[in-house]
Design a protein around this ligand. Structure first.
Ligand code: C2O
Ligand code: CU
Ligand code: CU
Length: 551
């Protein structure tokens, strides 16, 4: 069946299901949405009611279809319906829609060679303000999606920039102040894949193809109503903890499965959740099996690192290899998030008193507050994706031993700056300050190197901290909880996923993380960026500061 044929088929299935009254409740968890694999030539896995839905893969159009840049492109943020969001019935959500070469894309995967000049028009077809941020990109502030450039409904914004980043998986999402969490949650999120010579070498070495053997996994927990529509309604307690879902979608699919052959697969894992942290592991027959971390936010590490598990906090990316060469046909591997201590120790950060009288409580009881019925607690064990080997294949590639050397940032004479994370009057703050659109409490000199020391209060919660405009290098973790320390690969307490170039990092309660940032860039004149927590409820409620890079 052709792709457009399949789409019509899905629409027809959706219509029939609604007609016979199956659309209510959670029936889609037990009905296959996709059942054929003709487009990859891999036989389907036997039906498993626990993973009934085929993983959506990026193709030539539709949701997460691939668009190669440069191309003159308009991304329209708008209300759409999407058939592959469970229950297979086209469900209302928001997406970036784009028409390109006669095809329609939703949240297209933008693929570009490093060094390319791109022009993208944003059209805000929502009824509220918005702006796009290219997460992880080294661009000037005009092109960074700073909230003070947000355009109101009906408005447009033209982006023109040259991609200066290394090859990696970046992403794009809305960034209007107070609305980032809502708009991202309702569906606005896409991937931006940058390629360069190192990347091409890896693709050749392992025979990787995006959408077939190189698989992006956008992981997002959601609450969906009976129509499959994402519901965003954080209460006062959830604004403190972050908004958690009752199920986890991968590429907008609930409980997905993926059929594989006996070879090496690459997964580009993006935590696109508003607030949930994952502890990623692959399981076979109830046992954890090792996998390789080869890259993260800013691209490939110096070499592959064999690991058993890795934390991935909101907005972080992980590039991993799973080696299925020795698997037997019929064997299944499950990607899951292992149980961990979520460390919500924020008893200091209570909801405002007025809210408490409406029946909410701070602390772990938030998980049982009215809104939180059926919510998967933070730190719960969750199965994310079932991978079944359905065919043997001839595959003679081997894992490369090294990638490209990474030059450490020279920190001699670097100025040190402290960012303290904690709670002030019931809200999360950086250095006690709430975000102000036009204030620049941090000023750094263009071309200088600084060491930022991020200290998280012991009575707090984990904060995934993100810096705009630059990729940084992590120097050291100290005061880390055991669940983090146990994955350290060096004497500085860093895990494999902390190495290389990063733009987002998780800071646990009581932990101090030091990182090096080189504020060199090609842009003349003062540039204003942000540093913020990527728990989007924290960000939207002011856990964000502007910083100015003074020319
Ligand atoms: Cu991904 Cu300022 O954000
Ligand atoms: Cu960003
Ligand atoms: Cu936070």
């Amino acid at each position: 069946m052709s792709r457009s044929g399949r789409r019509k088929f899905l629409l027809a299935v959706g219509a029939t299901a609604a007609a016979v009254g199956l659309a209510g409740g959670f029936w889609w968890r037990h009905r296959p949405v996709y059942d054929e694999y003709a487009d990859r030539g891999v036989p389907a896995a036997p039906y498993d009611p626990a993973f009934p839905n085929r993983l959506a893969l990026p193709g030539a159009d539709g949701m997460f279809g691939i668009v190669d840049l440069p191309a003159s492109l308009t991304l329209a943020a708008k209300a759409v319906r999407h058939a592959s969001l469970p229950p297979g019935n086209p469900a209302p959500l928001l997406a970036y829609e784009s028409e390109h070469e006669g095809r329609t894309f939703l949240n297209p995967i933008l693929r570009v060679r490093s060094g390319t000049a791109v022009g993208i028009k944003f059209w805000n077809a929502l009824d509220e303000e918005s702006i796009i941020h290219w997460h992880g990109f080294k661009v000037d502030s005009n092109n960074d999606g700073h909230p003070h450039y947000a355009v109101s409904g009906g408005g447009t914004y033209d982006y023109q920039f040259t991609v200066a980043n290394r090859a990696a998986t970046y992403w794009y999402h809305p960034h209007p102040h107070h609305l980032t969490g809502k708009q991202t949650y309702l569906g606005l999120a896409g991937l931006f894949i940058v390629e360069d010579d190192d990347e091409v070498r890896l693709q050749l070495a392992l025979d990787l193809k995006l959408g077939e053997t190189d698989i992006p996994l956008l992981i997002q927990d959601k609450r969906l109503d009976a129509e499959g529509r994402p519901v965003y309604a954080p209460d006062a307690v959830e604004r403190v903890h972050g908004y958690l879902g009752d199920q986890v979608l991968v590429n907008f699919i609930a409980r997905p499965h993926f059929a594989a052959t006996t070879r090496i697969y690459r997964f580009r894992i993006i935590n696109g959740s508003n607030a949930r942290v994952y502890r990623l592991a692959f399981m076979r027959g109830g046992q954890q099996i090792p996998y390789y971390v080869i890259g993260n936010d800013g691209g490939l590490l110096e070499r592959p690192y064999g690991v058993a598990e890795t934390f991935l906090s909101p907005a972080e990316r992980l590039d991993v290899l799973l080696d299925l060469r020795d698997s037997r046909v019929g064997e299944a591997v499950t990607l899951m998030s292992l149980a961990f201590d979520p460390m919500h120790l924020e008893s200091a950060a209570k909801a405002p008193a007025g809210e408490a009288s409406r029946g909410h409580h701070a602390g772990h009881e938030a998980m049982t507050s009215n809104h939180a019925q059926g919510i998967l607690p933070d730190g719960a064990a969750i199965e994310l994706l079932k991978i079944t080997v359905t065919r043997k294949t001839a595959y003679d590639k081997a894992l490369p031993e090294t990638f490209t050397p990474i030059t450490p940032i020279d920190v001699t004479g670097a100025r040190q700056r402290v960012l303290k994370l904690g709670e002030t009057k019931g809200a999360w703050r950086i250095n006690g300050l709430a975000y102000k659109l036009r204030a620049t409490p941090i000023v750094v000199k263009r071309g200088s190197v600084e060491i930022w020391e991020i200290r998280n209060a012991a009575r707090g919660m984990p904060h995934p901290m993100h810096v705009h405009g630059f990729q940084f290098q992590m120097l050291e973790r100290s005061g880390s909880p055991e669940q983090q320390r146990s994955s350290a690969v060096n004497e500085k307490g860093l895990s494999a996923a902390d190495l290389g170039w990063k733009d987002t990092l998780l800071v646990w309660p009581g932990e101090t993380v030091r990182l090096a940032i080189d504020f060199s860039h090609a842009f003349l004149g003062d540039q204003v960026y942000m540093v913020h927590c990527h728990n989007l409820e924290h960000e939207d409620h002011g856990m964000m500061l502007n910083f100015k890079v003074a020319a």
